[in-house]
Design a protein around this ligand. Structure first.
Ligand code: GDP
Ligand code: PGA
Ligand code: MN
Length: 619
């Protein structure tokens, strides 16, 4: 690929041929780096090796530049606070594009742009976008280096915050370069905050604490397996290995190669008898993945260990079973609501070596956010750098404030969390935030029914993406913002994977921790108490727990869910499991409308599931 030099962008719209996949070998990588440097014109280029020394150097530099605040090492050693621009606090779904050659391949749920037109637009915004800045070359492995389910990539970024975050979130090492040199395919990703320090007239400007641009582009080219991100420094928009590669690009790779790239946490669950199970669970952003991944059971004898909290790559193993890895190496978790009572494991994970973004700063140089402690400190500096007191009447931390920390630091991390061949999956859970209708837990009758449940998940919107919080929207498989191709084709792919797995297919469940009573309070205590649901699921997998058939799936038999020691009124328990036929029939109508958006690409098996659901609800 040859990019025109900056300044000749306008003529280039029709000039370039479609891009080919990433060049191979180290020479190919070097040529690509040179090409992007030619386009973006950074002042210098630094190749990262992910070492502790490098992280130390970068964070010191960020602190010196006023881009990170070093927290008081007495409370939080080697930890930092970043405050973003107030306009750059979450993923920007309306500026996220899937640029497949054919619009139909992106499907109605993605923003599509014709690839060549988008390339021309990107060349325009990236031209000179790194002037005055350093371009970091960050080679990373998703999954254990060289593992059979793993992949490698390279991110070029002009954000030192992103370079540091990548080293926490992925396996950044120069050994990746050896793999690339040996001919392994790699995914090229390019990121610029879109805030050059030298303007067109050659005048140098002062940097700001959080450089970004009001114009943003988060662009995926699924065919050529590339990511281009411009204008944002926020995690999901800028740490390109994560949502952009590990979900959007990887889901398209998985479709082509017969595996699955999913928005799922991974846990190892051990029963009191010592039997180990592995579960994968897909919940939309800010709907409880990190919490479930770090669950502390409240029921005796059960143990839950963490493997991953956000993304899973799953592939059928030589043993015929579906095996999963966590491709990441760190957690980028939601801070608010994370406290001693809800997620003590996360709190313990964050003892040090953590980057916090948009949380509040305490007077003693430590951090705070809503939910960390019951009583807020009397005085804080809020996420925007202003004085805050409990009387201020606004949150001290941004609702989507985050922590970035290495997975290995998590006290509940499982010993097999980075097993190269992954772990065998016994059950898959789908969930979302549903104040009504959806019961606490239900088991799918079979894989097809499970795919129907996954395909029809709705969830109330959260602060993890720009938009109206609380609005109910369809979020199939929790992949709505992350599926790199046509969502209906994706459902078809899941059905095919099920065929391939046959009797090895994991059991599928739907869960909902968020059902509310008429008075608006959560009916279910959630968090550690979710272990009661986990127990029932494990017992179902084992074949030792009973279930009652209902039109929407199999529900726990009365008394089979362990509610000992819970102060739950019987009416609440009944309401948690209530299946209201009229509301479900109304939901079926919405599902039909939803399916119709995808036209003939909806798999017949899912239409059949819908017909069967209606039939049983009417029976
Ligand atoms: P993720 O983005 O999917 O990883 O979600 P998190 O685990 O970070 O949780 C997002 C928000 O949901 C946090 O504020 C949590 O405190 C809250 N949350 C998580 N699990 C539960 C639960 O079981 N019940 C309730 N009521 N809230 C929960
Ligand atoms: P999450 O998404 O809420 O699923 O953790 C992180 C992000 O915004 O990139
Ligand atoms: Mn999370």
């Amino acid at each position: 690929r040859v990019y025109p030099a900056a300044g000749t962008i306008a003529e280039s719209a029709n000039a370039a041929a479609p891009s080919t996949p990433a060049p191979t070998g180290l020479a190919g990588l070097r040529a690509w780096v040179a090409e992007i440097a030619e386009l973006t014109q950074p002042e210098s280029i630094v190749w990262c090796d992910g070492s502790p020394g490098e992280a130390d150097r970068l964070t010191k530099q960020l602190v010196a530049e006023g881009k990170l605040i070093r927290l008081n090492p007495e409370w939080r050693p080697n930890s930092f606070l970043a405050r973003t621009d107030p306009g750059d606090v979450a993923r920007v779904e309306d500026r996220t594009f899937i640029c497949s050659l054919d619009e139909e391949d992106a499907g109605p749920t993605n923003n599509w742009r014709e690839p060549e037109a988008m390339r021309a637009e990107l060349r325009g915004v990236f031209a000179g976008s790194m002037r005055g800045r350093t371009m970091y070359v960050v080679p990373f492995s998703m999954g254990p280096l060289g593992g059979p389910i793993s992949q490698v990539g390279v991110e070029l970024t002009d954000s030192d915050y992103v370079a540091v975050s990548m080293a926490l979130m992925t396996r950044v090492t120069s050994q990746v370069l050896d793999l690339i040199d040996a001919g392994q395919p790699w995914v090229p990703t390019v990121h610029s905050v879109g805030a050059p320090l030298i303007d067109d007239a050659g005048v140098r400007h002062e940097d700001v604490a959080w450089p970004c641009n009001t114009t943003k582009y988060i662009v995926q080219f699924p065919e050529t397996r590339e990511v281009w991100s411009y204008g944002s420094g926020y995690g999901g928009n800028a740490i390109l290995a994560k949502k952009c590669f590990a979900l959007r690009i990887a889901s398209a790779m998985a479709r082509d190669e017969g595996w699955l790239a999913e928005h799922m946490l991974l846990v190892k669950v051990t029963s009191p008898e010592g039997r180990a199970f592995h579960f994968a669970a897909a919940f939309p952003s800010a709907c409880g993945k990190t919490n479930l991944a770090m669950l502390r059971p409240t029921i005796p004898g059960w143990k839950v260990e963490t493997i991953g909290d956000d993304i899973a790559w799953l592939r059928q193993g030589a043993d015929g079973r579906l095996r999963a890895i966590n491709p990441e190496a760190g957690f980028f978790g939601v801070a608010p609501g994370t406290g001693e009572l809800t997620n003590k494991t996360a709190v313990d994970t964050l003892w040090g070596n953590t980057i916090f973004t948009n949380v509040a700063l305490r007077d003693d140089g430590d951090v705070w956010w809503e939910g960390l402690t019951e009583t807020p400190p009397a005085h804080l500096i809020d996420w925007q750098g202003n004085d805050w007191t409990p009387e201020s009447g606004r949150p001290a931390a941004h609702p989507n404030s985050r922590f970035t920390v290495a997975a290995a630091q998590c006290p509940s991390i499982a010993d097999d969390w980075d097993a190269v061949d992954g772990v065998p999956i016994d059950a898959i859970l789908f969930g979302g935030r549903r104040a009504t209708n959806v019961p606490l837990v239900a088991q799918a009758r079979d894989w097809k029914h499970g795919v129907f449940i996954g395909a029809t998940i709705s969830s109330e919107k959260t602060a993890a993406a720009e938009g109206t919080v609380g609005e109910l929207r369809r979020d199939p498989f929790a992949m709505l913002p992350f599926c790199g191709y046509n969502m209906a084709d994706y459902w078809g792919h899941w059905l095919e994977v099920g065929e391939q797995l046959g009797s090895n297919a994991p059991a599928v469940f739907q869960v909902n921790w968020f059902r509310k009573g008429d008075d608006g309070r959560f009916l279910w205590p959630g968090f550690g108490e979710n272990s009661r649901v986990i127990e029932w699921i494990a017992r179902r997998v084992e074949g030792t727990a009973g279930a009652a058939s209902t039109p929407i799936g199999r529900l726990p038999l009365v008394d089979e869910l362990d509610l000992d020691g819970l102060d739950l009124p019987a009416e609440d328990v009944a309401e948690l499991f209530e299946v209201d036929r009229a509301s479900w029939l109304a939901e079926c109508d919405l599902t039909e409308e939803y399916f119709d958006r995808f036209g003939s690409r909806v798999p017949a098996a899912l239409r059949a599931e819908l017909a069967s659901l209606r039939y049983h609800l009417n029976a």
